[in-house]
Design a protein. Structure first.
Length: 664
């Protein structure tokens, strides 16, 4: 794939108001049962953790010569983090969790001793191995499990990779994940590598959970020989929801997709009552049913048990395809689409589980497609999106939209040496020059393979009032102009998107204009830090405003807490933002007294237009939503809001900025 040829690293790099302004009818499930570890048990864990921490500290200064060994330090650190986190949040679910924790610490010590001697035998072992990588999002170490088959196979010794997304598990911790996966033998019939994703526990692989999938694939691809045209995505239940989402939103990454059960839309599944226009637009980001057209771009099989309510997930996709004019052919409990490579399988008499016959059928589906592999120059593409967060299929990449959260499509086909492309709601389009000698774009003819020779692998086109123009000079002008003025891929909002790539929280050290607002901002930062650690499994990177460096500004989204008096960075960026905020007045979609009102917003950072700036917000959903169904993790506020500070807070206005990051 074009994207894969650029590397998973490039893809990854391109990347609260608790409860929100509306109530949900969803009732959160009961909390997982817990076991109260004794003081003696905690003391033993603490003592052994301290030993591992000391060994790890020695490794950080010692293992520097070989890149593979440097990376293996994370494989040690993930064991220490697992032990520390289970104690930190008192996540012992049963007495065995104490023994599991001690076992994980022992695993870390064993690895540390080997690394101290310049060896890392687990990095070349077969079977199931739990390893770690350091996330670019927050600097945390995150685990992943890879199952390595015995022997080599595949084209040029590169192996097929199956990416497996786990279901929701309220008892899941790093300790349990490591214990469940590490040291198990590989099945004899395993066709290649298998990656089990941790996903920062339970979030349906949304936001930083989605980044975790991409970063885990990147880590496996660094450490093992992966055939990037034979990557299979599989998941069931919450993992099925993740597979529907990642399969349909990012169709070019996979040779085939298997989505079992899960959910594909929010309003009915989460029982939302009368959602606002802002929320309805935000649902277009993750609702997989809105992306059903992309089944034309990736082979996908949807499974549901005959007696499982979550069978509705695949029914929704099928209904959406039928509405698009796709004929369906049913053979017993199997339904095939004519056009896209889409298969719907129903488990006879099954509830929330997969029967053996269906499993065999789906395995054969993947084996057949993996042999062929994905095609970076597929002869036909039909792609839909509502946001530049998801903007690529095969040889077509959308670089700018006319309007976000409005249905946007590109349809292309290769006819001999001509690429024929039709668009809707697209303003800037990139086309791989190898797709043809020429392109017919919405009826206009342009050279393709010979255009702007030698500059970039893609040729850029921009739509003006009188039609399309070929950017026949350095195509980076498009990227540069978008970065300076417009929403563009990786910088399109909403607020919650800022926490899917490297970000830095900044607290003010100056005198606040309004102490009440400052107290409120401080409380929001604290709540964000607590929620992030518990539910996203990392610690926020936080600095005082006086300590922020030019490097920090260059490399991170800035999340600023306070007001223009207390936070010098808010004062610096405020003149370039579509908001006026003085010691007495606040103007943003209306006029409000600054004594008890504050803005919450995301925008392009005036100090670095390639990064976001966020003011006074973490995720716009909170702990209640993390504990409930994963379908509740949708944006509540859009790009901006004005909050009346009080008990409770009140959302006075909220909405989305236009494509130039201005108020509509």
């Amino acid at each position: 794939m074009r994207n894969r040829a650029r590397g998973w690293a490039a893809l990854v790099a391109g990347l609260v108001l608790t409860g929100g302004p509306m109530a949900s009818a969803w009732q959160a499930p009961k909390a997982a049962e817990s076991y109260r570890a004794t003081e003696a048990e905690k003391a033993e864990i603490a003592a052994k953790s301290a030993e591992l921490a000391n060994a790890l500290e020695g490794l950080r200064g010692k293992v520097v010569e070989e890149a593979a060994l440097r990376e293996a330090v994370s494989d040690v650190e993930v064991c220490l983090k697992a032990a520390e986190w289970v104690v930190r949040f008192d996540e012992f679910r049963e007495p065995r969790d104490v023994a599991r924790t001690l076992k994980v610490i022992a695993k870390g010590m064993e690895r540390a001793k080997a690394l101290a001697g310049g060896k890392a035998p687990w990095t070349t072992a077969t079977g199931s191995v739990v390893r770690g990588y350091r996330s670019k999002v927050d600097g945390s170490v995150q685990p992943y499990a890879v199952i390595v088959p015995a022997g080599k196979q595949g084209e040029d010794d590169r192996l097929r990779l199956d990416v497996v997304l786990h279901g929701r598990d309220a008892k899941l911790t790093e300790v349990r994940f490591i214990d469940a996966h590490d040291g198990k033998p590989a099945p004899g019939d395993q066709p290649g590598l298998v990656l089990h994703v941790f996903g920062r526990t339970n979030n349906a692989y949304r936001w930083a959970g989605e980044t975790d999938v991409l970063e885990a694939i990147e880590a496996v691809s660094r450490n093992y020989r992966v055939n990037d045209r034979r990557v299979v995505l599989r998941g069931f239940s919450m993992g099925g929801a993740g597979a529907w989402h990642l399969g349909l939103h990012r169709p070019s990454l996979w040779s085939s997709v298997e989505a079992g059960a899960g959910f594909t839309e929010t309003i009915h599944y989460a029982k939302l009552n009368d959602p606002s226009e802002v929320i309805l637009k935000g649902l277009h980001i993750y609702d997989s049913v809105d992306y059903a057209l992309n089944a034309f771009d990736v082979p996908i099989v949807g499974y549901g048990g005959e007696n499982d309510p979550q069978i509705q997930a695949s029914k929704n996709i099928e209904a959406a395809l039928v509405a698009l004019g796709v004929p369906m052919k049913t053979e017993g409990l199997v339904t095939k689409a004519e056009g896209p490579d889409f298969l719907r399988v129903v488990g006879k008499g099954m509830g929330h589980a997969v029967d053996k016959d269906s499993a065999k059928l789906m395995k054969a589906f993947h084996d057949d497609r993996a042999v062929k592999g994905s095609d970076p120059y597929a002869p036909s593409i039909r792609f839909v999106t509502y946001t530049l967060k998801y903007n690529q299929a095969g040889w077509l990449t959308i670089a700018r939209l006319k309007e976000h959260y409005k249905r946007s499509t590109v349809e292309g086909r290769i006819e001999g040496q001509v690429a024929v492309v039709k668009t809707e709601n697209v303003v800037v389009l990139a086309v791989a020059r190898e797709a043809g000698e020429t392109i017919r774009l919405d009826g206009q003819e342009f050279p393709l393979r010979e255009a702007a020779r030698g500059l970039l692998p893609d040729v850029y086109f921009r739509k003006l009032d009188n039609g399309w123009e070929l950017l026949d000079h350095d195509s980076s002008i498009v990227i540069e102009e978008n970065a300076r003025r417009d929403k563009h891929p990786g910088l399109q909002g909403p607020i919650d998107d800022a926490f899917t790539a490297p970000f830095l929280c900044v607290r003010g050290t100056g005198k606040p204009n309004q102490p009440r607002v400052q107290d409120w901002a401080d409380a929001r930062l604290k709540q964000f830090a607590d929620d992030w650690a518990r539910f996203m499994r990392g610690d926020l990177r936080i600095k005082d405003d006086i300590d922020v460096t030019d490097e920090d500004i260059a490399e991170n989204h800035l999340i600023l807490f306070g007001d223009p008096g207390s936070n010098r960075l808010i004062a610096r960026v405020l003149p370039a933002l579509p908001v006026t905020w003085t010691p007495t007045d606040l103007t943003l979609d209306g006029h409000f007294p600054a004594a008890d009102h504050a803005p919450v917003l995301v925008n392009a950072n005036p100090l670095n237009r390639l990064r976001y700036v966020v003011i006074n917000s973490g995720h716009t959903f909170g702990a209640r939503d993390f504990k409930g169904t994963n379908a509740l993790l949708y944006p509540r506020l859009g790009d901006y809001a004005v909050i009346r500070v009080g008990e409770p807070d009140q959302v006075k206005v909220n909405g989305y900025f236009d494509e130039r990051w201005k108020r509509p």
